[in-house]
Structures are given as C-alpha cells and as structure tokens.
Design a protein around this ligand. Structure first.
Ligand SMILES: CC(C)(COP(=O)(O)OP(=O)(O)OC[C@H]1O[C@@H](n2cnc3c(N)ncnc32)[C@H](O)[C@@H]1OP(=O)(O)O)[C@@H](O)C(=O)NCCC(=O)NCCS
Length: 155
C-alpha cells in the first residue's frame, strides 16, 4: 500500500557541502548504493537486488516514471564517493521524487533530508510550486523524513 504525498515548494537554502548535482557518470556507482539502501526495508522487493537497482535507475533515467529531470536530481558524497541520491522526474504535471536512497553505513546523518532539501531548493528556483512522491505506508523511516519536510498525504 502506497500513499501519495505532496509538499509546497518555497524559497529554500541551497544544498550543503556534500550534496551535488547528479551526473550520468554517477550511475555505475549509484547501483550498489541503491541496493544497499533498500535491502532490509519494506521496499526491498521493489528493487530485488543489484540488477534490479540498475534496472530501476535505467528506467527512471529513460522516462519510464516521467521525464527525467537531471537538473533537479542530486547525489550525496562522502570522501568523494556517492553515498546516496535523489532522482527526480516530471510525472502527471508535477515534479516527482522518483527515488531517494542513502547507503546504510551513512543513514541517520542527515543525507536523506539534505538531498530532498536540495531538490526542493532547485525546483522552487525553477518556478515549481509542488513536489510529489509515493511512499509505502510501512516505510516509517521515509515517512518520518517526509513529514518533517512538510509533505502531506493527498491520496
Ligand atoms: C529513507 C532514507 C532515504 C533516509 O535517509 P537518511 O540519510 O538516513 O535520512 P536522514 O539522516 O536525513 O534522517 C531523516 C529522518 O529519518 C529518520 N531516521 C534517520 N535515521 C533513522 C534511524 N536509524 N531509525 C529510524 N529513523 C531514522 C528520522 O526521522 C530522521 O529525522 P531526524 O533524525 O531529524 O528526526 C534511507 O533510510 C533509505 O535510503 N531508505 C531506503 C530507501 C527508501 O526507503 N527510500 C524512500 C522511498 S519513498
């Protein structure tokens, strides 16, 4: 069971150090990061393994979840290596946070929140007024994060 959430976009501070724009060259490094992040969570089956992570990233970039917005997508780095990402598309008339993940070794340090804030900052600057996403009801951790960032359930 998934909930649709939306947050209003207002002018927001720019991303902190460690959060940088996504580049297509990041994909090979992000595949194992994505699987590491999802493994053991309520959404594990959606990814299924490293091949599944590669598939999901490929589908997101290829437009399967709406037109990919590279300019609104971000990577979190630690020591020059990707440890998480937020991948954003344009779906059903709104920007969509299609994927958000942070590797388990780096969880709970604020990377997830910083990634979503970076997305919200750049989308607000581009003139968008709403960010949408879908989250599994049982994914308490992600829901808490979105709650704190002002997302509310719309369906
Ligand atoms: C959800 C996810 C992106 C959070 O990333 P993160 O970098 O750990 O998040 P943050 O450190 O910014 O923490 C944000 C909030 O998450 C919650 N959180 C963080 N660490 C937690 C932990 N160890 N246990 C429970 N909740 C935790 C808290 O609400 C936290 O806010 P607070 O500490 O200010 O109260 C990450 O856990 C993840 O990749 N999960 C698997 C993929 C996924 O479910 N993505 C979302 C799909 S919609």
């Amino acid at each position: 069971m998934r909930s649709q959430l939306q947050a209003p976009l207002r002018p927001a501070p720019p991303p902190p150090p460690g959060i940088r724009p996504f580049a297509r060259d990041d994909v090979p490094a992000l595949v194992p990061v994505m699987w590491d992040a999802y493994r053991g969570t309520p959404d594990e089956a959606d990814v299924g393994g490293p091949e599944g992570a590669a598939r999901e990233i490929r589908l997101a970039l290829g437009g399967e979840y709406g037109r990919f917005l590279p300019g609104a997508s971000f990577v979190a780095e630690d020591g020059g290596r990707p440890v998480g990402a937020a991948l954003v598309t344009h779906y059903a008339g709104l920007p969509l946070l299609a994927f958000l993940f942070v590797r388990r070794s780096h969880a709970g340090r604020g990377f997830g929140q910083a990634l979503v804030r970076a997305v919200m900052h750049v989308l607000a600057e581009q003139g968008h007024d709403t960010l949408s996403l879908a989250v599994t009801r049982r994914n308490r951790r992600a829901r808490q994060l979105y709650d704190r960032l002002g997302f509310v359930e719309v369906a």
